[in-house]
Design a protein around this ligand. Structure first.
Ligand SMILES: *Cc1c(COP(=O)(O)O)cnc(C)c1O
Length: 329
């Protein structure tokens, strides 16, 4: 039996992780507010411990385990940020963590997870192949699987971000949230709409390999090819036997928009040059969607900056390439 994560679950998650995660600030973007004629707020979640919001879900899931499960240890497949967050959360609890990832994961993310003391396994060319290794470890070594998004405790943890956003900007008309596996967008939408039903929540993905968008269009979870993208944290499928996030995204999101690589680069550049923030590609897609004119605005907007774990050489190249630079504000 599966059921959607509710506002009550998200409040419980918040209690559970209160002393494990940072309540990140939300600030007004003067440049975006001026440009779009409405208050545009940035939720600075890229400043979360471990560099992304993933620590919220991982901390909630780890804290929800029984003593017997904690003794066995945890395992997950991850494009990086979930693995990093889970490694950190497990280390705090003195637990074993094994992280499986595909070869597409950037070196900087891999190094960081190893540094946090987790056992890293590199397998295959896709998240789905990494997931097969997870299932083998669950069956053969008795580890507890904590997947990156399709798990009630993970979704509820990510939802705590939505509670903070709507508390920090109670009159928000629109929230822009990254969309990959959909744990983040499901949790945020459940929290935001639970508190403020009229606030719209729009999911933002890269056009290159947007599995949830393809699935929503098909009316069921579908597999699509995983492609390299600047928004590498948004890569990967939603799982053909998706239990929770497909239905929650279908029922709760008002729309999904897709971005080109150039548009994502423009978002990273805007974050750096105008907002003075270093964000990874996935972290910049909300800003990018607004800059690209892909979302209509008619009231206060909250844009989530979801992570900052970008390879700094990649970041430098994007900042220095003026081929597709934004005009100065
Ligand atoms: C994981 C991740 C996302 C997407 O979250 P999902 O729950 O998979 O949709 C967005 N941004 C960053 C930085 C991430 O690490």
């Amino acid at each position: 039996m599966t059921r959607a994560v509710t506002l009550t679950d998200i409040h419980a998650a918040r209690e559970r992780i209160a002393n494990k995660v940072v309540r990140t600030p939300t600030v007004l973007s003067h440049s975006l507010s001026e440009r779009f004629g409405v208050p545009v707020h940035l939720k600075l979640e890229h400043r979360q411990t471990t560099g992304s919001f993933k620590l919220r879900g991982a901390s909630n899931a780890v804290a929800s385990l029984s003593a017997e499960q904690k003794a066995r240890g945890v395992v997950a497949a991850s494009t990086g940020n979930h693995g990093r967050a889970l490694a950190y959360a497990a280390k705090l609890e003195g637990m074993r963590a094994v992280i499986c990832m595909s070869r597409l994961v950037p070196q900087n993310k891999l190094d960081e997870i190893r540094r946090l003391g987790a056992d890293v396994r590199i397998v295959g060319n896709s998240q789905d192949e990494a997931q097969q290794e997870v299932e083998r470890l669950v069956a053969q070594e008795g580890l507890v699987m904590l997947p990156p998004f399709d798990h009630a405790d993970i979704i509820a943890g990510q939802g705590t971000l939505g509670l903070e956003m709507i508390e920090q900007v109670p009159d928000a008309a629109l929230v822009l949230a990254q969309l990959s596996g959909g744990g983040l967008a499901s949790g945020i939408a459940a929290a935001v709409k639970g508190v403020s039903p009229r606030t719209k929540v729009i999911g933002v993905s890269m056009a290159r390999g947007a599995a949830m968008k393809a699935s929503l269009d098909a009316g069921r979870p579908v597999e699509i090819e995983e492609l390299p993208t600047l928004a590498d944290s948004l890569g990967g499928g939603i799982g053909i036997d998706n239990r929770l996030t497909f239905a929650m995204c279908r029922d709760l999101l008002d729309d999904v928009v897709l971005l080109s690589e150039d548009e994502i680069a423009a978002g990273i550049r805007h974050a750096y040059e105008q907002e003075r923030e270093i964000v990874e590609g996935a972290g910049a897609v909300g800003i990018a969607a607004l800059l690209a004119g892909k979302v209509g605005v008619n009231g206060p907007v909250v844009i989530l900056l979801s992570g900052r774990n970008i390879d700094m050489n990649t970041h430098r190249k994007i900042i220095c390439s003026d081929a597709i630079a934004e005009p100065a504000a």
